[in-house]
Design a protein around this ligand. Structure first.
Ligand SMILES: [Zn+2]
Length: 393
């Protein structure tokens, strides 16, 4: 590939952004050195990003000495450190969920906040018009009125290039609705649509870029996954991927929102698990709290073990095909006693070829969808760089 100067500039800009995200705070000299760029080249890009508002300067404190503290603090020049802008939100995140829609203004320097919190929420209505109406009510409560972009996480099969939802088994009205146009009725900003599990995988990777190969599986109202390979989200022109939840489980006769019978998610979504408990307890216990209590008291009872075995089978199949040996589990399964995740881990290990040579890691992690949305926002709106460019030597 021929690299033209403007392209080089964008690649360097992207590298600086990513590096500062990794380092948290750094001096100009640290940034230049860690990327092997000359100080003038790095300095020019830093100035551009400062002017844009993507970076901000903070005073270097004694508690966080940088390697080049001495250089930055030379006479006449106070030691200034750089970080991704935290003092002001640049994006607005919208999490469109099956039951709740949540909003949060998002700074670029989002940092590690653990499990996402979304303080602004409303019940997801059943029509596009009502959804817009609720968004308008929320917008009135948000002090900041303008954003660089509105980042929407949505369930279902999402064509991220065209910003369309092609199919949504648990939220059918979104299939015909033009979500970006709906959002633009409320905010005059570009809109990015991201599939919800892909947002989680991006967020997990942004928080820990050291291992870029994993399968993320999220449990909640549905069950879905996303594949991270070599630090990039696995993508395909047809936006179907990671749909673990719609794999049939032999013997399961529950009807799924997708129209099929026996899908995994009818067993291990929150609703599915509660339904199984209700069936096992003669309808005495019918909610999530009862399930938590039940598992705390009785451990992994036979019906739960069967559901976890089925889940592990599907996950192990994916690992065997993709050659991955790390699973990141997010969502409601982590709210149950640890015996549940460790049962799943053992079952996954029984089903994967890699486990004959080593261990398949199955780890619980917080949902970091907000960080994932920000990562996608940086990608699309601040420094757009194509996959081919990033992957070229
Ligand atoms: Zn299904």
């Amino acid at each position: 590939m021929v690299v033209v100067p403007s392209q080089m500039g964008r690649l360097n800009k992207r590298a600086l952004l990513t590096q500062l995200q990794r380092l948290g705070t750094a001096s100009r000299a640290d940034l230049a050195k860690s990327l092997g760029l000359s100080q003038p080249t790095a300095g020019k890009i830093v100035d551009e990003l400062l002017e844009l508002g993507a970076f901000e300067e903070v005073a270097a404190t004694n508690e966080t000495p940088g390697e080049s503290q001495g250089a930055a603090a030379k006479p006449g020049r106070p030691g200034r450190m750089l970080r991704l802008t935290r003092s002001r939100a640049r994006f607005l995140g919208i999490q469109l969920g099956v039951t709740q829609t949540s909003l949060a203004p998002l700074p670029i320097g989002i940092g590690d906040t653990g499990e996402d919190s979304w303080p602004m929420q409303f019940r997801t209505p059943r029509t596009p018009g009502d959804w817009v109406w609720q968004l308008e009510k929320m917008a009135a409560q948000i002090e900041q009125k303008s954003f660089w972009g509105i980042l929407v996480s949505a369930p279902g099969l999402v064509d991220e290039q065209k910003s369309e939802i092609l199919y949504s088994p648990n939220l059918h009205w979104t299939e015909k609705a033009r979500l970006p146009a709906l959002v633009r009725q409320v905010w005059r900003a570009p809109v990015l649509l991201l599939q919800e599990e892909r947002a989680l995988a991006l967020g997990h990777h942004a928080n820990d870029p050291s291992d870029g190969d994993f399968l993320l599986v999220d449990f909640g109202e549905g069950v879905g996954g996303a594949v991270m390979l070599g630090g990039r989200l696995f993508a395909h022109p047809l936006p179907i991927g990671g749909e673990l939840g719609h794999t049939p489980v032999p013997g399961n006769e529950r009807v799924c929102g997708c129209g099929a019978i026996g899908c995994l998610e009818t067993l291990v979504s929150t609703r599915g698990l509660v339904k199984s408990l209700a069936a096992a307890s003669g309808n005495m216990a019918r909610n999530w709290e009862a399930l938590e209590k039940h598992v705390a008291q009785h451990g992994v009872v036979p019906w739960l073990a069967r559901s976890l075995e089925a889940t592990a089978s599907v996950i192990a199949g994916a690992l065997n095909v993709l050659g991955l040996r790390r699973v990141v589990v997010t969502g409601t399964l982590n709210e149950l006693p640890p015996a549940v995740l460790s049962y799943l881990k053992d079952a996954v290990n029984r089903g994967t070829l890699w486990a004959r040579f080593g261990e398949v890691k199955v780890e619980g992690a917080p949902r970091r969808r907000k960080a994932g949305l920000v990562a996608a926002g940086i990608d699309r709106f601040i420094v757009p760089v194509g996959d081919a460019e990033l992957n070229s030597p």
